[in-house]
Design a protein. Sequence first.
Lengths: 401, 221
Amino acid sequence: MSNVRPITSQSIPSDDRAHEADHPSSLVAQFGMDQPLKLDCGVDLAPFQIAYQTYGELNADRSNAILICHALTGDQHVNNTHPVTGKPGWWDTMVGAGKPIDPDKYFIICSNVIGGCMGSTGPASLNPATGKVWGLDFPIITIPDMVRAQAMLIDRLGIATLFCVVGGSMGGMQVLQWTAAYPERVFATLAIACSTRHSAQNIAFHELGRQAVMADPDWRGGRYVDEDTHPHRGLAVARMAAHITYLSDAALHRKFGRRMQDRELPTFSFDADFQVESYLRYQGSSFVERFDANSYLYLTRAMDYFDIAADHNGVLAKAFAGIKTRFCVVSFTSDWLFPTSESRALVHALNASSARVSFAEIETDRGHDAFLLDVPEFLDISRAFLLAAGKARGLKDDGQS
Amino acid sequence: MSMQQTLPLPGVAPERTGGYRRDHLLVAEMVRPGSRVLDVGCGDGELLQLLESRGIDGRGIELSREGVNGCVAKGLAVVQGDADTDLVNYPDDAFDYVILSQTLQATRQPKVVLENLLRIGQRAIVSFPNFGFWKMRLQLLIGGHMPRTENLPASWYDTANIHFCTIKDFVELCEQINVKMERAVALDLYGRPVPLNLPWWVWNMFGEQGVFLLSRGGQGK
């Protein structure tokens, strides 16, 4: 935490990030005018592109493909060095050799969501009609839109049925949407720390984040790229507020307590006296270097609109009626963003649909972020579920069928 | 009622036949093939696995995360939950059978649990330790202590079993809430079934535990 900067200093988003929006350091699937993405808002988006990464090999039967859906600020770089930050893949506890999702066994796909800023078409991409960055001209997208785009990618890769769709948080929402929209294309799902609908409290936190971005004078009504500014302060504040919701009181206390940052006594100022302040400022300022502010608005909005039951006359069980997919639902005791009660509501609906569902609540004080961390009980059950589902799928230990 | 199975209580190493616990085989024998079963308190999923091997579509509820993990590793569909709080969330008639093995006496509301079992399932299979067993009576009568046995070793102050009952009590509860007893097996100290033609009080005295196959009663009593 030595590279802490106050968020009032210029944390310029890197040129690398801006470049990634249209020219990602990953695989890209391009869809032309003849293959529009039909969005829930009524717009046909064309052309568009999906940036994605794959790891491992597809077996002869094409039966070992796992799709990983990333969370709000994640991307396709699940198991390789990030091209902008230089950090390891975002899910290195779950994905990798010897890990529950092992590229030696499975063909792993992870795509940047539509509306993202790491190479899939979104508000940070160039609008071919104007030659300028889309900005707020980009249509509003939803979780079902993200999944529709992923399904087009999976078609392009020639995969009829995914062995498993896996994701946490917003990724978990996509997992559930996959099973509701394409039940016959999903053999198994691992839905982690998520919900079938975004709660009022979570919408409230997202609104706080969006208002922080939009209150920054450098946001310029969303046209900051054209005007050569960047709402880094607003976006950093949004990230700081959101980051608190990913942790827990106990985790913050354990990590920071009331300890001072590089000082013994309070300075009687608004400096970052406490370690926790300094940590949050670091989280905020490092985030703006890798994320687009408008993309943050769009993706938080997509989560807000998510409500599977609403698409099925308000009855959640109808969304999963007759489904054959094997479900594993996992929640964490200290997650107050997507609390266990929301996972239980999902499990009850799945039970009412006679779906094949397992559910475990993992005891941890690490909050919502636990799904990204080294929590052995969570990784154990994920591994156990995938192995047993693989057996039912006819996969051998080496991923061959 | 000629079976010679023993129904071991928790803490006693169960006898095995062909790799399966004998009490599980007894329960499995009560379940019609091809049916849907919910095992409440399914532990590590051994019974569910036996049922699924017989073409039965099984689901489980288990309190401990370790148990759930073991079940998931076996490819079973098991939800972490509690009989007292989670049964209410299951829809009516969701299963052909709901199994509650050696757990009724540990629930907060045995009557509500029993009613839920037969709301969720067409039939229920319930087993429980019989507190009317002669050894239990003797300990209270002669020793003046709350009974403790090798199968139920906990003291009164730290036992999870808060609602003990006798076979007679259980039969009365079934009658009270209009539950039909389709089949009953009481097992004596040696794991032998107490003969069927003997009166209830004999079962209640010499049965160490009871296993009941229940269904919903008809209109009225």
